[in-house]
Design a protein around this ligand. Structure first.
Ligand SMILES: C[S@@+](CC[C@H](N)C(=O)[O-])C[C@H]1O[C@@H](n2cnc3c(N)ncnc32)[C@H](O)[C@@H]1O
Length: 380
């Protein structure tokens, strides 16, 4: 690699430590992927965090935006602005209730704060991690059990509702494919792969209701050991008039509302923010605002109580939890009923029986479908 090129790449914060060759890269990838596969195939699953989305759960927002455009035409920029403003007001209204104050959102690789801002406005406790903001408490490579205890007091034991991660994409995105060979052999790729693995570890450690990793189309899924992606979108589906095909992996509701505008700016990112200085890289990678608010609308706990409870207790029958929600049980009612059996005894049968007993006392007549099937499907 030329000295100039190496200088350019050294700007990327994820490349602070390098020095692993491509053989070690494939060993690390292979080893991690095997461990993941083994975990997912175990009969006694402790969680369903990394289950692949079913066909109906996968959303291509382009299809939704096309249907809208066919029926109503593109939104004008001001109509789209208005719609996003409505979403923003919805967040603020939730914030005023204080109902989300006991829930934590961890937002990794979040320099701008754009993806997590709606959650903050809605009153969630948001913690952002980006190495550019703080090389000590912002470095995802430094995450460990002690790290969260020492620096964050384990978030006072509150539930981690969501983990969002806009992982560094420079070593994965197809747009940089011509540099893959050099990056693989000098260790830059493995540094990025390790960040993805760290992200998956923290997801498994905290077991949030929802989690998402964002990246452009590329090789993160294969190298990082991710389940298949759940959502694809372009910013113009959500009010920003440019194209940048983006994929989201994880467990979340991918059925986002849309605000489709004509993508008149095309693929503006490299035209407007070409170059490789840190400032232009940062400008290029800011999470689009419309996406951030639409994602909140589709995934927040108040609007989606079934998702919030079923995601927390993902080994229990989702239909039974649906009945509980229908009969007015809140998240904390369900906690009181099942927490001990679920977490301490790992006795899902008992946890479900507590729910059934409570529902029967409320006059619910449960069909046989509300029996456990051991599956966490039908993500809403
Ligand atoms: C693709 S950008 C995502 C930016 C994000 N969408 C936003 O709106 O700010 C990746 C980010 O990861 C950060 N990063 C790189 N290595 C990191 C590390 N080890 N720990 C934490 N953040 C890191 C970079 O500073 C950069 O802001």
């Amino acid at each position: 690699m030329s000295a100039a090129l190496s200088q350019v790449f050294s700007y990327a914060p994820e490349h602070a430590s390098i020095g692993i060759d491509d053989r070690e890269l494939s060993e690390i990838v292979e080893c991690f992927n095997q461990a993941q596969q083994q975990m997912n195939s175990e009969e006694e699953r402790v969680h369903h965090l990394f289950d692949a989305p079913t066909g109906t759960e996968v959303v291509r927002l382009n299809e939704k935006a096309s249907v809208y455009q066919k029926n109503y035409g593109w939104m004008t920029p001001s109509e789209a602005r208005q719609r996003i403003e409505g979403w923003r007001e919805h967040c603020a209204a939730q914030g005023l209730t204080g109902a989300n104050a006991d829930k934590v959102v961890l937002s990794l690789f979040d320099k701008s704060g754009a993806w997590s801002r709606p959650w903050e406005e809605a009153g969630y406790q948001v913690y952002r991690f980006d190495i550019q903001d703080n090389p000590e408490t912002g470095d995802v490579n430094k995450f460990s059990v002690d790290f969260f205890g020492d620096w964050f007091g384990d978030f006072d034991g509150l539930d981690i509702y969501a983990i969002l991660a806009a992982c560094p994409c420079t070593d994965f995105a197809v747009s940089g494919a011509r540099h893959f060979a050099a990056k693989d052999s000098d260790g830059r790729t493995v540094a990025s792969v390790k960040l993805v693995h760290q992200t998956l570890r923290v997801i498994e450690y905290f077991r949030p209701v929802i989690w998402s990793i964002e990246n452009p189309v590329g090789r993160i899924e294969r190298l990082g050991g991710l389940p298949p992606w759940r959502l694809s979108f372009d910013p113009f589906h959500l009010g920003d008039s440019y194209t940048k095909k983006t994929l989201i992996w994880g467990r979340f509701n991918a059925d986002l509302p849309v605000a489709p505008v004509d993508p008149v700016e095309g693929s503006k990112m490299h035209r407007m923010y070409g170059g490789s200085s840190l400032a232009t890289k940062n400008a290029r990678s800011v999470t689009p605002e419309g996406f951030a608010y639409a994602y909140f609308m589709a995934n927040n706990a108040i609007d989606h109580p079934l998702m919030a409870i079923a995601g927390k207790y993902d080994r229990l029958c989702k239909r039974l939890i649906g009945e509980a929600v229908k009969y007015g049980l809140t998240s904390s009612d369900v906690d009181d009923l099942v927490e001990d059996a679920y977490y301490i005894d790992l006795d899902d049968t008992a946890a479900e029986q507590h729910l059934r007993d409570d529902l029967s006392a409320r006059g619910a007549v449960l069909d046989s479908y509300a029996q456990t099937d051991g599956q966490f499907a039908l993500w809403l």
